[in-house]
Design a protein around this ligand. Structure first.
Ligand SMILES: Nc1ncnc2c1ncn2[C@@H]1O[C@H](COP(=O)(O)OP(=O)(O)OP(=O)(O)O)[C@@H](O)[C@H]1O
Length: 276
């Protein structure tokens, strides 16, 4: 049996604020003993209100922040949090809500895409260029975009560039941290559609962090609901949406009226169909 692409065991992260005069140090239990495993080609959505620990979880599984306790296994191999190897780091990529901040304004998009290959492989320049161009086309941009600068693109196009760059080194999985939250609904649909197409073509594995239930319902295979650092529910999309068990999940869903979810979902699906 193949190992899950990503497995976390008892993953925990505490933050300690330094105290002050008459103010004791305070510990925030941001993520409390989370367990899950994710098979290749699947999408796990992590949902919950602001402050529930989604970003902290994302930072741990992208190996940006070490856990306070617990274990992360990528492709069946345990990560040594105190000594994350270069190879291990390459296996995980993250796409943020607003990719503009991470794009060098003076770097042409072709170079943005080729850079991971330049930094991490001994590939000749001509091949790097060829791969960058191929990826540009895969994410729905054209050859004419290769020599343009980041400011010349729309928000949706920049998100395509961020996805393309994240895929240049064939990562084991992608963490998508609110990747469509800053986009218009029609553009959201195009990006979600693109993510689905890339997943089908390359067997990609996604951890999709979102507070938007309509988006989650559209993209996820599995849904994990977090509440104050705990996972209170984890199951298939059908089970979690169709028959939520935990009172918090029910409250969360009730806060977004079903008719809204359905109508937003229908609009996303329609736009996605038009965009394809
Ligand atoms: N660097 C930090 N130092 C101290 N506390 C932190 C730090 N980062 C996060 N926290 C706390 O940990 C808890 C979880 O925060 P986190 O950002 O992971 O939640 P979130 O669900 O991603 O929220 P949001 O959607 O608003 O980003 C919160 O109580 C937050 O205040």
């Amino acid at each position: 049996m193949t190992a899950p692409v990503l497995e976390v065991r008892n993953l925990t992260r505490d933050y300690t604020s330094s105290g002050g005069f008459l103010r004791p140090a305070k510990v925030v239990h941001a993520v409390k003993g989370v367990n899950f495993s994710l098979a290749k080609g699947r999408t796990l959505a992590v949902v919950g209100e602001s402050g529930c620990g989604k970003s902290t979880l994302a930072r741990m599984i992208t190996l940006i922040d070490p856990p306070t306790a617990g274990e992360i296994l990528i492709d069946g191999k345990p990560v040594d949090a105190g000594h994350v190897t270069h190879d291990m780091r390459q296996k995980v990529q993250i796409v943020f809500q607003n990719p503009y901040g991470s794009l060098n304004p003076r770097q042409k998009i072709g170079d943005v895409l080729a850079e991971p290959l330049l930094l991490n492989t001994k590939m000749p320049a001509a091949e790097r260029r060829e791969r960058a161009m191929a990826m540009l086309l895969k994410v729905g941009l054209g050859p004419e975009h290769f020599n343009r600068y980041p400011h010349m693109f729309s928000g949706g196009q920049r998100q395509r560039i961020a996805i393309a760059r994240a895929l240049m080194l064939n990562p084991s999985f992608l963490v998508l941290d609110e990747p469509v939250s800053a986009l218009d609904l029609s553009v959201q649909a195009q990006i979600l559609n693109l993510l689905k197409d890339l997943q089908d073509e390359f067997g990609l594995t996604y951890v999709f962090i979102s507070h938007d239930l309509s988006v989650v319902r559209y993209i996820a295979d599995e849904v994990m609901v977090m509440y104050f650092g705990d996972v209170v529910e984890h199951g298939s999309r059908e089970d979690v949406f169709g028959n939520p068990q935990h009172s918090y999940t029910k409250t969360l869903f009730a806060a977004t009226p079903k008719s809204d979810v359905e109508s937003i979902r229908a609009r996303i699906a329609k736009k996605a169909a038009l965009a394809s």
